[in-house]
Design a protein around this ligand. Structure first.
Ligand code: OAD
Length: 253
């Protein structure tokens, strides 16, 4: 494990006035759930659980083969019952509870491990496996069982209109306005376990840099595509690094 520190707030503490962060935004990606046993997207030859992303994560794929796409997400949803939040999810939940300030968790992940790790107010910009949406009446429903062509929308009672509440490629991510406001206001932006390949999330660090008032930290197993944009980088496993980072932030407050 290697730790790269450039302009770290820890160093700044030693040499200058202490900086206490009050508005923190944390962006998470698949890497934060890797230690829980959820597969990442780009660590398996470009395949996601043996499927090409374009075969299961586009509106065209759903139109072409709804049974394949539903069964793919049914399997991912069922897999959630077999995994547990890890030390990284729990550390972020602790930060949200104990920091006397605003801690926003924005995740690209569709699992529910942040919530089960104790976090609240998680913004799922790419949707949630534990929800489905009706294509007829647009209602979103909590959903923990399989969803098939025989599933009925609890609101409009039509058959076969439910789809995974997942943002597929070509669709607009959720919560973007609220996320933009949080990024504008933040004094610390932390990115955890994301490869920086998918926009708009990959552009958040630049959005924050443009405000000129926030420190930025990347926590990742390996440098991401946008690693050089971060003021500070901590390289290693999120489950090992985040509990310490959270403790440092709480000690400052
Ligand atoms: P990726 O699979 O692209 O990247 C995961 C990142 O996590 C990589 O940079 C790994 O090095 C890192 N990583 C792996 N294990 C780690 C660990 N234990 N601790 C810390 N880092 C670790 O996943 P995302 O960046 O989240 O979108 O992918 C972004 C989006 O692309 C996904 O939300 C999904 C996908 O296509 C949609 O489905 C719309």
């Amino acid at each position: 494990m290697q730790e790269i520190k450039r302009g770290s707030f820890v160093e700044r503490d030693k040499n200058g006035p202490e900086r206490v962060f009050k508005n923190i935004v944390i962006l998470t990606g698949a890497g934060i759930s890797a230690e829980s046993g959820v597969a990442t997207f780009r660590d398996n030859d470009g395949l996601w659980e043996n499927h090409k992303i374009e075969d299961v994560a586009t509106p065209e794929a759903f139109a072409r083969d709804p049974v394949l796409v539903q069964s793919f997400y049914n399997a991912r949803r069922a897999h959630l019952h077999t995994v547990k939040p890890n030390a990284a999810h729990k550390a972020l939940a602790r930060l949200q509870k104990e920091l006397p300030g605003d801690v926003t968790i924005v995740t690209q992940n569709v699992d529910d491990l942040h919530e089960r790790g104790g976090a609240d107010a998680v913004m799922h910009m790419h949707g949630e496996l534990v929800k489905v949406r009706c294509r007829a009446c647009a209602t979103v429903h909590d959903w923990i069982i399989d969803c098939t062509a025989e599933s009925k929308c609890p609101t409009c009672e039509r058959l076969g209109t439910l789809r995974p509440h997942i943002v597929w490629f070509g669709e607009l991510p959720f919560h973007m306005e609220e996320i933009a406001e949080k990024l504008q206001a933040c004094d610390l932006f932390i990115s955890v376990g994301t490869s920086g390949n998918v926009y708009p999330a990959a552009g958040f660090v630049s959005n924050v840099q443009e405000t000129g008032k926030a420190h930025t930290i990347e926590v990742n197993l390996e440098p991401s595509e946008g690693a050089s944009l971060f003021a500070e980088r901590r390289q290693g496993k999120a489950g090992e690094l985040l509990p310490n980072l959270v403790q440092e932030l709480l000690n400052m407050g």
